[in-house]
Design a protein around this ligand. Sequence first.
Ligand code: PXP
Length: 241
Amino acid sequence: MQLAVNIDHIATLRNARNEQQPDPVTAAMIAELAGASGIVCHLREDRRHIRDRDLERLRETVTTKLDLEMAMTEEMQQIAIRTKPELITLVPEKRQELTTEGGFNIALHYDRLVEYIKPVQEAGIEVSLFIEPDKQAVTLAAEAGADLVELHTGPYSLKKKAGDINAEINRIRTAAIFARENGLRVVAGHGLNYYNIIPFSRIEEIEEVSIGHALIARASLVGIESAVKEMLRLINNSRSK
Ligand code: PXP
């Protein structure tokens, strides 16, 4: 399992004073040097953390894989085609939310989605859909022509009891197997941290996790290099058991 690092909250801290530091592009470089397999940023409609210029600079400097999280809007489609990240991840976006709250409702937007992703893929960009880990969502993602799905681990991250945790892991694993059988690559993310990653990383069908808040919170105390390396150590250790 590989680790993509979401650097949005480096920008959140920078924007708190509207100055230049800390710089999300520098953070991305250090994360890559520490072993991250990709850099994720979410360009929100309100630009509350990552801004357009950050995305341009990230495109110039990221050498692993740049994943642009975005809402399904015309503006974002144009930005993606112009900037050419390796990957876009479509997420539902509500203005008032603190973070992405649920998976993308493919059934609701199906026809528009099919048309929306075509020019993006023609520009050489892969398309991932952030979805709930259930068969219906996976089936629709495959039919709509997505390249990957990112399974929503938010509900998993909130479970406290062992039985509930195992049930959620099984639900995610079942969805991951089904997605692969349907020709989709599978990643996962949301709410993963240094504790819940340990059981989670045993799900072999998931090729990469996308982690932001917990990792940047740790990095604010011990540095990004240590924060990334420690997360990779946990992922690799629990996998080898
Ligand atoms: N994946 C998606 C689709 C997200 O929207 C987010 C939050 O930006 C993440 C992963 C990372 O979540 P967290 O910050 O809780 O690690």
